[in-house]
Ligand binder design. Structure first.
Ligand code: SF4
Length: 521
């Protein structure tokens, strides 16, 4: 007690004249004067909108880049026209720039953009200090999928003209991005039908409500919510029809995002997701194609990705580099047919040997009588078994990436053989073995992948191909989609790819060019 109650740690107590300490050298003798904070005042300030952000701010680069794109597709859809009453529409250059800048800042919510337009200097600079409603932003993002694809193609054209895309080497990689749906919302078809019946009854009940029972506004909001639920459930039932037509084994779909699928995650678990396929040009690490699919595996995505690149760039990549998830004999053959140099891990299936061993065990074949113990005689095109009997050519069977030639021993030889119980205990016929010949494209691919040059190219794959995926997730925050349904998810993926490429253009060209202007010659 007796301490100065107004003191704070680290701050000296105010000393008053005549408090007995006047004589102490260097001590303050009068009360400190502090600035008064007046929150009751109204201020008018002059804002130089152009100077809200520095010259090298990314928002300026985005505005400039988007300004180079042909946005007539968007303006043609603007309903507000000169000479007719009504408010003018927002310039598509502004709306595209706002979304691109927002994704670069890991902002994917229209409401958050609306909020930032009120106080954030970069947003204020872009909008010229105007307010934009979340509905306008949200509609613009989701309802112009095809125009956005065109915009992305234009972007690729500009980046190619700037020498940033060469298509000499393109690396494809897939990444799982979580859907905007919870795992617990997946239901069986009968359950969805029950929910839909309830939802329809709820909508009817709301429509029958009188105004006295509920205000018009509340009623409208409730009806909207119930109808949305009804639409989601109807989409879920349609998804079941598609799955049944495709003879899929999937028995449960999400009632909030019926297009989402359970997919394996990098942490080993599984979650409702989409498989996002990203093709990256190795020259400067720019994205040349992006798509979101419902497929859990990658190998069926190689051909569509190369087709899309060819369509948007008017030429195919010279080389495609992929990981093991894309290696299959049909992909190898397809790339050879398209004259695209294909680089990836050797197609040797690691589990093939394990499967062979399992099969021997299952058929009761002992180690001494495995196929490798049979000797092939090229002259007679027969095999000789460990007991000296001949297995003659029987059939040709096309297989994955190879052709299998079947050879069979005679029934009599095997049924009377003393080693039958070790060689083929469970067959009533003669023992058979297969000789496998790789298809020419697969053999050439494997041979190539043994060369140091191909191995060195493949070594660079993870660094180039996985970088955009990592960037999109960590810098743009796309660990989960903010929209629902495959079409909207694809559109959001394209927004992200567009943002990524414009950001790289800013880093590789725009900023260095600006800095070189600032340095005196
Ligand atoms: S069972 Fe038939 S194939 Fe096997 S070792 Fe005997 S003769 Fe040869």
């Amino acid at each position: 007690m007796g301490e100065d109650q107004t003191s704070f740690p680290g701050f000296p107590s105010p000393l008053k004249r005549g408090d007995g300490n006047d004589s102490d050298a260097g001590e303050r003798v009068s009360e400190a004067r502090l600035k008064v904070i007046d929150r009751a005042q109204l201020l008018f300030r002059t804002v130089d909108v152009e100077r809200l952000i520095p010259d090298d701010h990314p928002a300026r680069a985005i505005w400039e880049f988007v300004g180079r794109l042909d946005l007539s597709g968007y303006t043609e859809q603007v309903r507000s026209v000169a000479g007719v009453a009504g408010r003018p529409a927002f310039d598509p250059q502004l709306l595209v720039s706002l979304w691109v800048y927002s994704y670069s800042q890991a902002v994917s919510s229209a409401r958050e953009i609306e909020r930032r337009c009120e106080y954030h200097p970069a947003y204020q600079w872009l909008t010229g200090m105007q307010s934009i409603g979340a509905h306008t932003l949200s509609d613009f993002r989701s309802t112009h999928g095809e125009l956005l694809s065109e915009l992305f193609v234009q972007t690729l054209g500009l980046l190619s003209a700037d020498g940033l895309i060469t298509l000499e080497r393109v690396m494809l990689d897939g990444t799982k991005v979580r859907a905007n749906a919870s795992g617990s919302g997946f239901r069986s078809k009968p359950r969805v039908e029950e929910f839909l019946k309830d939802a329809r009854e709820a909508v009817e009940a709301l429509e029958a409500q009188t105004e006295e029972e509920s205000s018009r506004q509340v009623q409208a909001a409730q009806q909207r919510a119930k109808r949305e639920r009804e639409q989601h459930l109807e989409s879920a039932l349609k998804e079941y029809d598609k799955l049944e037509a495709a003879k899929s084994r999937i028995k449960r779909v999400s009632t909030t995002d019926p297009d989402a699928r359970f997919m394996k995650q990098p942490d080993g678990g599984s979650a409702p997701s989409y498989n996002v396929q990203v093709s990256t040009d190795a020259a400067h690490g720019l994205i040349v194609d992006i798509d979101a699919t419902q497929a859990g595996s990658d190998y069926q995505q190689l051909t569509p990705a190369t087709q899309r690149i060819e369509q948007s760039m008017q030429r195919a990549p010279e080389q495609m580099v992929v990981d093991g998830g894309y290696i299959s004999s049909s992909n190898i053959a397809e790339m050879a047919k398209r004259d695209i140099d294909f680089v990836g891990p050797k197609s040797e299936n690691k589990s093939a040997e394990a499967n062979r061993r399992k099969s021997y065990k299952h058929h009761g074949v002992s180690e001494e009588y495995e196929a490798s113990k049979f000797v092939f005689d090229t002259e007679t095109n027969t095999y000789v078994c460990p007991q000296g009997k001949r297995l003659r050519y029987d059939a040709k069977i096309p297989s994955h990436g190879s052709m299998r030639y079947r050879y069979k021993a005679s029934k009599l030889d095997c049924q009377t053989c003393p080693a039958k119980n070790q060689c083929c205990p469970r067959t009533k016929h003669g023992r058979s073995i297969d000789r496998r010949e790789l298809l020419p494209d697969v053999a050439a691919f494997r041979k190539k992948m043994q060369t140091d040059e191909a191995k060195a190219i493949y070594k660079t794959r993870s660094q180039v191909a996985e970088f955009p995926n990592l960037w999109i997730k960590t810098k743009f925050g796309l660990r989960q989609f903010s929209v629902r349904g495959l079409a909207k998810v694809r559109t959001e993926s394209q927004w992200v790819a567009l943002t990524y490429d414009i950001q790289q253009w800013y880093r590789l060209l725009w900023r260095p060019k600006l800095e070189s202007k600032l340095v005196p010659a």
